[in-house]
Design a protein around this ligand. Structure first.
Ligand SMILES: *[C@@H]1O[C@H](CO)[C@@H](O)[C@H](O)[C@H]1NC(C)=O
Ligand SMILES: *[C@@H]1O[C@H](CO)[C@@H](O)[C@H](O)[C@H]1NC(C)=O
Ligand SMILES: *[C@@H]1O[C@H](CO)[C@@H](O)[C@H](O)[C@H]1NC(C)=O
Length: 782
């Protein structure tokens, strides 16, 4: 009797001894697994056994889900060597090697060696779907001598890794089945490229066909939304030992698999819907034509909503001068003006992109964006840079060398990319923006901020003549000026007390200059000379909002639709400061006099970013003065110096009430009592007559529903508890929709003096009331 006959005999006797009653999850040396038996993992999730795929007649050893009748196979051992009859046998030998035998042809169909010898090798199918070899004499059950998870087929299960074990050079990659009838490796692979370990790539043969885009801390640049789901979380781990992608189910009793599918040419994620007893496709990539690798060639930008979808990035034109048809796209784009190493350059910011191919790329996790810019600026072959990690807001540096390829516009959640450009082109663009015709939020300039001479500014302002003084802002006087070329400017002459270093100051100002939005006043230049530090802004001919809404005559110029337009603009500008700009600026001094109006009554927030730079000094310089203006300040800021985006939301709420009522937050006057504006709004609201708050001069111009919504919103913004206040992005959504709003809770800064309050929905026994009373007294006394 040869070895095969012997093994067969053993297996027959085992079947006889144990029958099929209790499926086991493991075998040892003396218990081979034959065609007509299977292993079932302890919790019954997975099965290991021999199977026949699709219309094939071949037999393979594989693992499939136990739950569904369609035998969804997740792993195959002998992909390349099928067994053509029912003579397959699986065994583990004394050294821990696993072997699949064809008994009829007396050949080995597949084998795998353990990493080290085991005295008592056991082959076990785990609940995770992982088939492992363990040493039965080893105390720690988590030490595997071999595991199927190290040799994926076309499917990634929770806990499996896709990438590289750098300690031994082992690659974890997915390879598709050739067809549903043939599990041998097909054309498609899903891998992490070894030269940069930056992203996942789907390849067709040796050609890339889809990139996920750079991993930027909590998702891939090209698929920004996939991590936001209640079912599973995924991560990209990179350390000196390993680089891999993996995912985990939030609830381990929910099944999910990622499969590389050659039939559909997609990477698909399925979820087992227990209720329907079927698999549902949950997500997949690539999603659309723009995900096709390099569809638009170098410097092309794929915009799925555009026609044609391939467009050249701004500053570039189609390389082929022919009509740019799909056959020509792959030739890509070239610069409108060629760039040489000697040219003076800057960077143009493109927003909302999938970051380019990382084939020629460098990154550093600890650098910030400014250091990144400098590094890129100093190397002529650097074409672009961006943040490499967005989970830690705006950190890390990614740099691209050579031509940029495979860029697309991402509708929501795309990244900022700064592309090297000729300085003269950037200046042209910046100039057209400052004149105020067209301010495209999506094409912002990232210029070195120009520095102006003190003499230039002195000349422009007639030596800071009194008649040129526009006002006194939070950080010093503001003057009107006219530059030699006729451009009007506003010059903020900063108080000189700041002990800040020069470089620190320049960096801060550069950062402020990068904050660009149509609802923010644009910083044009700055001036540093000796003790003098000045900021030069665009000049706003209509001055500030307070000069309109609190003025009996001028207020008539602002009907409701103009006011609503202004409210929405302020909200968007503030949202940009809080959420969209990489700096997360808290304004800290939002008020009517800090909202300027351009020719067309578009609101532009001013003085942003200054609290961040100069606030600290103000705190020390002026006794007990928090940056900000009483009457607008949130209680937590005024009392405890705690500021957050939600304290800006509070100020926004006050501003909203002022715009609606035409009354100042402080000094609100009512014939019968002296309440502050919030209190009056709250009383009107609770008495069911909120419209009494509305500025009389608005007359019939109001849209009642819009006005009511704005009052409701303002009360939500000024709620006592920060967590109850909406974020500015919610505010923007609320202003643009008609969704239902929650009842506002009690506002901050409440004067509890009147007796007729009971029954208005708040309690004067609230422990905070005394605090509020003290506060108001204190505030009024100032
Ligand atoms: C996980 O899902 C199962 C089945 O749907 C459910 O019974 C269980 O409560 C869930 N567990 C948790 C922690 O949510
Ligand atoms: C692959 O895609 C085809 C066509 O969409 C589908 O019928 C098949 O079930 C998919 N394969 C797997 C393993 O999910
Ligand atoms: C610029 O970057 C390229 C690519 O990394 C590198 O080969 C070259 O040495 C760099 N040049 C300088 C001046 O640093």
């Amino acid at each position: 009797m040869d070895i095969f006959g012997f093994v067969l005999m053993i297996s027959c006797s085992l079947v006889f001894l144990y029958g099929f009653s209790d499926a086991s999850d493991s075998i040892n040396q003396s218990q081979p697994l034959s065609e007509n038996t299977t292993l079932v993992s302890k919790d019954g999730s997975f099965v290991l056994g021999f199977f026949t795929p699709g219309k094939s007649t071949n037999r393979y050893l594989g693992i499939w889900y136990n739950n569904n009748p369609n035998q969804t196979v997740v792993w195959v051992a002998n992909r390349l060597n099928p067994i053509n009859d029912s003579s397959g046998l699986l065994m583990v030998n004394s050294s821990g090697s696993i072997v699949v035998l064809s008994q009829s042809s007396s050949t080995v169909a597949w084998s795998a060696n353990s990493t080290k010898e085991a005295s008592n090798p056991i082959l076990q199918l785990l609940d995770s779907g992982n088939l492992v070899v363990r040493d039965g004499n080893e105390q720690n059950p988590d030490i595997y001598l071999w595991q199927s998870f190290d040799y994926p087929s076309d499917t990634l299960l929770p806990g499996m890794k896709l990438g590289w074990d750098l300690r031994n050079g082992l690659e974890w990659r997915l390879s598709s089945w050739k067809s549903p009838d043939d599990p041998s490796p097909g054309e498609l692979t899903y891998v992490i490229e070894p030269h940069n370990y930056a992203e996942l790539v789907m390849k067709k043969g040796s050609e890339k066909s889809f990139r996920t885009g750079l991993w930027i801390g909590h998702y891939f640049s090209g698929i920004p939304t996939l991590n936001i789901n209640p079912l599973y979380s995924y991560s990209f781990v990179s350390n000196k030992d390993e680089v891999y992608y993996t995912f985990h189910m939030r609830n381990s009793s929910v099944f999910s698999r990622l499969v590389l599918n050659q039939t559909s040419n997609l990477i698909e994620r399925y979820i087992w819907a227990a209720a329907g007893k079927k698999w549902s496709k949950y997500t997949f990539v690539p999603k659309d034509d723009c995900d096709t690798y390099n569809l638009c060639g170098v410097y092309g930008n794929c915009i799925i909503s555009a026609s044609p979808v391939c467009q050249c990035l701004e500053g570039f034109k189609p390389k082929s001068q022919e009509t740019w048809n799909p056959d020509e796209w792959s030739k890509g784009c070239v610069r409108k003006t060629q760039l040489s190493c000697q040219d003076k350059v800057g960077f143009k910011k493109f927003v909302g992109l999938k970051l380019p191919d990382t084939a020629n790329f460098w990154r550093d996790g600890s650098m910030n964006l400014e250091e990144c810019r400098v590094k890129c600026l100093n190397n002529c072959s650097c074409t672009a840079y961006s943040n490499s990690n967005l989970s830690d807001v705006g950190s890390g540096c990614a740099i691209w060398y050579g031509d940029l390829i495979d860029i697309r516009q991402i509708p929501v959640g795309g990244q900022d990319l700064y592309i090297r450009m000729l300085a003269s082109e950037l200046v042209k663009a910046a100039r057209s923006v400052t004149i105020g015709h067209q301010n495209n939020e999506h094409q912002e300039e990232d210029l070195e901020l120009p520095f102006l001479d003190l003499s230039t500014i002195a000349c422009a302002t007639n030596n800071f003549a009194m008649y040129n003084k526009l006002g006194e802002g939070g950080f010093g006087p503001v003057y009107k000026g006219v530059l030699e070329d006729g451009q009007e400017i506003a010059v903020k002459r900063l108080s000189t007390s700041s002990g800040q270093g020069l470089n620190e100051f320049k960096n801060e100002v550069r950062l402020i200059a990068k904050l660009q939005h149509r609802n923010l006043v644009k910083l044009l230049a700055c001036c540093i000379q000796g003790e003098e530090k000045m900021l030069v802004y665009e000049y706003m001919p209509n001055r500030s909002l307070d000069s309109f809404i609190f003025d009996q005559t001028k207020s008539k110029l602002l009907d409701w639709s103009k006011r609503f337009h202004i409210i929405c603009g302020i909200a968007r500008g503030l949202q940009y400061l809080h959420q969209d700009s990489r700096l997360r600026i808290i304004h800290r001094d939002l008020k009517a006099s800090n909202v300027l109006l351009d020719n067309e009554m578009n609101p532009k927030i001013s003085d942003f970013g200054l609290a961040r730079t100069f606030g600290g000094d103000q705190l020390e310089g002026n006794t007990n003065r928090v940056v900000g203006t009483y009457g607008y300040m949130a209680p937590e800021y005024a009392f405890d110096g705690l500021f957050s985006t939600k304290s800006d939301v509070f100020s926004f709420g006050i501003l909203l009430l002022e715009i609606i009522s035409g009354m100042r937050s402080r000094g609100f006057y009512h014939p019968n009592h002296r309440h502050n504006l919030i209190r009056q709004a709250w009383i009107f609201w609770n008495e069911g007559r909120p419209l009494e708050l509305v500025d009389e001069c608005l007359g019939n111009s109001c849209s009642i529903s819009e006005v009511l919504r704005c009052i409701h919103l303002s009360l939500l913004c000024v709620q006592q508890q920060t967590e109850d206040r909406p974020s500015m992005s919610s505010v923007v959504v609320i202003l643009g929709s008609e969704s239902e709003l929650p009842q506002p809770k009690k506002p901050g800064f409440f004067l509890e003096k009147d007796s007729n309050e009971e029954g208005h929905g708040f309690s004067s026994k609230d422990e905070r009331s005394s605090t509020n009373e003290i506060t108001i007294t204190l505030l009024e006394a100032r």
